[in-house]
Design a protein around this ligand. Structure first.
Ligand SMILES: NC(=O)c1ccc[n+]([C@@H]2O[C@H](COP(=O)([O-])OP(=O)(O)OC[C@H]3O[C@@H](n4cnc5c(N)ncnc54)[C@H](OP(=O)(O)O)[C@@H]3O)[C@@H](O)[C@H]2O)c1
Length: 321
């Protein structure tokens, strides 16, 4: 279904943390020859780690435009790069739900081109569907779906004109199979799969590669930042008792999985680097090193019933943990 990465030795042979990192190329790169990378959602998590890694390449292979919707949050990023990256890092304001801010950020790119666009910004919404307000549902679709599409749209004419480019999108296993109590999140990430696949078919004629980096749980602020109905919230008062009981079980499952199986952002960054570096990148990369078995079921059992019963058993079976 896609390329499986993560378990094998990193292609550059080194580690992300700690000691000086090996170069991504074997020679110094002049300022005009740098790969220009623009990343959305760099205030924390995957976006921040990726921006730091690329801006820290000892051979200065990349010029990174790390964007975030709220520049008041840029200190964490700047502290992570320790002020040593004047030539490789710029921080720009960009809210992916605000078309003008996307265009303003694009126009501030000094090189007047972007070689690699990383659409990473995203939010979550968790709870029984009956508890979601219309505003909260619109908000997640505006960020995850329309925000990603608007961002790609703004940079597409430039990439087409230069007949060259990479578009990398932070995908989710929640975009490949349905997770209970994540109706809107899954809807947004499934939609992104379709949008990217549609674009990929066309854009190969422009030497532009689209890749989805499919993540399972990752240790970031995502769970803290997501909009979640807490047990006891007024929004849940009209939800039936059976649904609430299943939701409670789901919340236990979720915290168990994040505590025991979440990847670190460095693992995700390695996969992004692999996709960026490959001469012929895959459309899908799985960050956990293998296609997850439940994802596989979607392909091998297309009537969908095996998946639904396996996922239900995994999450709601009382013997599960
Ligand atoms: N963590 C996981 O388990 C996991 C699993 C699968 C996929 N993902 C995906 O990974 C991506 C990054 O998430 P993360 O795990 O790194 O979580 P995170 O630490 O919460 O980062 C999310 C980033 O998106 C930004 N953002 C939210 N709304 C935005 C907007 N309107 N415009 C611009 N930026 C916006 C946030 O900015 P603020 O600080 O301003 O909110 C933050 O920088 C998301 O697309 C998420 O769906 C995460």
């Amino acid at each position: 279904m896609g390329r499986c990465l993560g378990m094998k030795r990193p292609w550059w042979g080194g580690t992300i943390d700690g000691e000086r990192q090996p170069s991504l190329v074997s020679h110094n790169v002049g300022s005009m020859d740098k790969k220009v990378v623009l990343i959305t959602g760099c205030s924390s998590g995957i976006g921040l780690s990726l921006a730091v890694r690329l801006a820290s390449d000892p051979e200065q292979t990349f010029k990174v435009y790390a964007t975030m919707r709220n520049l008041a949050k840029k200190e964490r990023l700047l502290e992570s790069v320790k002020g040593l990256h004047k030539d490789t890092l710029d921080v720009l304001q960009m809210d992916v739900t605000d078309r003008q801010s996307i265009l303003d950020a694009r126009d501030k790119v000094a090189e007047k081109r972007v070689d690699i666009l990383v659409c990473n910004a995203g939010v979550g919404l968790m709870g029984p569907l009956e508890a979601h307000s219309l505003d909260s549902m619109k908000q997640i679709l505006e960020v995850n779906l329309l925000g990603t599409i608007q961002t790609i749209k703004a940079f597409l004419p430039g990439m087409k004109a230069q007949r060259n480019g990479r578009i990398l999108v932070t995908g989710s296993i929640g975009g490949l199979h349905g997770l209970p109590f994540n109706v809107l999140y899954c809807a947004s990430k499934f939609a992104i799969e379709g949008a990217c696949e549609s674009l990929a078919v066309l854009l190969q004629h422009f030497n532009i590669y689209v890749s989805l980096i499919e993540c399972g749980p990752v240790n970031t602020n995502f769970l803290v930042n997501l909009t979640k109905a807490e047990l006891g919230d007024p929004s849940l008062q009209h939800v039936d008792a059976r649904t609430l009981g299943l939701y409670e079980r789901y919340l236990h499952h979720c915290s168990y999985v994040f505590q025991n199986a979440a990847q670190d952002t460095e693992d995700i960054v390695k996969v992004f680097l692999d996709a960026m570096q490959s001469p012929s990148p895959a459309f899908r990369y799985f960050t956990s090193g293998a296609v997850p078995p439940l994802t596989e079921l979607k392909v091998t059992q297309p009537d969908g019933l095996r998946y639904i019963s396996a996922m239900s058993k995994l999450i709601f079976s009382p013997d599960e943990q």
